[in-house]
Design a protein around this ligand. Structure first.
Ligand code: XMP
Length: 509
């Protein structure tokens, strides 16, 4: 199997690079730059190396570097952003600060003749995000692309198969990024593209068996795509030594607790439902700050799992369906904390299990769905829209009360019904209602009303790292709005969220 190694120098998009490579059916794994030696890289296991971006300047004392001998090892290298600057620095090129004209976002790119750009027009759009750039390419390299403000947007030494790009081919905003990676993988590294999710599944099952040995695992099952796929993977690996625990925390959508229970009833797995509504609501009483809510929920989940683990007895491992975007948004390594996903940043300091295992931790949502299909999960489970672990708690802005939960459940159910009736349920990646705690004035039956605002949110995305708001037909929004104001008491106003991610996030808290 061809394998690409992504050497991580601390950028935001490291796993995204690996995932883009896997999209070309070439296996890729990410390793920290200081966790692998030159000898291992030269061992013949890797068909190519990608240096990631990173927040440093190559001249910083603490900046991550690698043995320059790698340039003469005969393995193809593609350096991206900081990785490009590092290649130049290793070859004794010159790097300088872009100063006040640093480029961020969509930028016009002008390319010259180079195998890396084969099939790519001479002028195209790329995504730039940098404060330094290569001023003088190192010996043996030629400059093969520029932008209006960056004289060296790409450089190459074709004889040594070394390539550097200042822009980010891994983000979808770079028009021909996928073509560039294709050229690197197939024309430069000579990969065959014969890897599939099936291989991932076989490998994941084998490594779970090795790690778990004869131990027992408790899986935190929410009924969503990620934890369901995780359940199927673990069931394949360890059979009935797996117990799936579904905690109904009282923050589920309308009728959802019973639906989850029904969905798993036909499975041949140990399934436990814990009704923990009262304890979660008690702990959330009076709490308004989003991060606080997330941490309380993350901790309470763990306490319930610990109690259930003790009841089962001799449970060594807690498994979670954490996926990569949960990890990155919770502040992985040097990246900033956007929000503490309940199963990552929301975990308490002490967890009474030998180890937490997260077999999907390197995958993106659409890859998880693909894996679920490989494992034979029914389509209705695999294509379910995601629902966050903290549930409606992060869709009620401010304090959570039984009254608000009731209002939001009804409004959300109506919105989902209207989308389904319009046949739009599968064209939007995620759609839901949010309840604002502030109130506004309305008029109903000639009388003044003073009630809540329901905000409808629908987004399209494939990896949930970025998202756009869905252009829903006015008629659907109108039907949802009048049904919500007519059928749900205490709602005077319905709004539709037209913000993409970034700058917003999908959830409101
Ligand atoms: P954001 O709001 O971060 O959401 O743009 C991206 C995706 O992640 C889901 N999400 C969560 N899922 N635990 C989860 O299991 C969480 O704490 C959490 N926070 C957000 C969100 O629903 C969307 O699909």
């Amino acid at each position: 199997m061809d394998k690409i190694i992504v050497l991580d120098f601390g950028g935001q998009y490291n796993q995204l690079i690996a995932r883009r490579v896997r999209e070309h059916k070439v296996y890729a794994e990410v390793k920290a730059y200081n966790k692998i030696s030159l000898d291992e890289l030269k061992s013949g296991s890797y068909s190519g190396i990608i240096f990631t971006g990173g927040p440093n300047s190559v001249y910083d004392e603490a900046s991550p570097h690698f043995d320059p001998e790698i340039l003469n090892a005969g393995i193809p290298v593609l350096g991206i952003c900081y990785g490009c600057q590092l290649l130049a620095w290793m070859g004794k090129g010159e790097i300088c600060s872009a100063g006040s004209i640093s480029e961020y976002g969509k930028t016009e790119l002008y390319t010259d003749d180079c195998v890396l750009f084969s099939g790519i027009p001479e002028t195209s759009i790329c995504w730039m995000s940098h404060t330094d750039y290569v001023k003088t390419a190192p010996e043996g390299f030629r400059i093969v692309a520029h932008t209006d403000h960056c004289p060296c947007a790409a450089m190459c030494d074709e004889s040594r198969k070394l390539f550097g790009v200042q822009f980010h081919p891994e983000v979808t905003h770079t028009e021909f990024g996928a073509q560039l990676l294709h050229n690197f993988l197939f024309d430069i590294c000579g990969c065959k593209g014969d890897w599939s999710m099936d291989d991932y599944c076989v490998k994941a099952v084998a490594s779970l068996r090795e790690k778990i040995g004869s131990g027992r695992v408790l899986l935190a099952l929410s009924g969503g795509v990620d934890s369901s796929v995780c359940a199927a993977l673990l069931a394949e690996a360890i059979g009935d030594r797996l117990t799936c625990v579904f905690v109904d925390h009282g923050l589920m959508r309308k009728d959802e607790g019973d639906e989850v229970e029904r969905a798993f009833a036909p499975w041949n797995i140990n399934f436990v439902r814990v009704n923990a509504q009262a304890r979660f609501l008690a702990r959330l009483k009076g709490i308004t700050e989003p991060e606080r809510k997330r941490k309380i929920i993350g901790e309470e989940f763990i306490r319930v799992f610990e109690e259930e683990g003790k009841k089962i007895g001799a449970v060594d491992f807690l498994a979670q369906g954490t996926i990569y975007p949960d990890i990155i948004e919770s502040g992985l390594g040097a990246s900033a904390t956007i929000k503490s996903h309940h199963n990552v940043g929301g975990l308490p300091d002490f967890v009474d299990f030998r180890e937490i295992i997260e077999p999907l931790g390197l995958l993106f949502k659409d890859e998880v769905r693909q894996l679920g299909r490989e494992l034979g999960l029914p389509e209705y489970l695999v294509s379910r829209q995601p629902f966050p672990g903290p549930g409606l708690a992060i869709r009620i802005l401010g304090e959570i009360t039984e009254e608000k939960l009731g209002i939001l459940r009804e409004a959300d159910a109506i919105f989902r019904e209207e989308l389904a009736a319009a046949g739009l349920g599968t064209c939007t990646s995620q759609y839901f209602a949010v309840l604002d705690s502030s109130r506004s004035v309305g008029v109903m039956g000639d009388a003044r009303t003073y009630g809540y605002t329901v905000i409808l949110r629908a987004v399209t995305t494939d990896d949930f790292m970025t998202a756009d708001w869905a252009r829903l037909p006015y008629e659907v929004l109108s039907a949802a709005s009048s049904r919500i104001t007519n059928e749900v008491g205490s709602v005077t106003r319905v709004a539709y969220d037209i913000t993409s991610k970034p700058p917003a996030t999908v959830e409101w808290e």
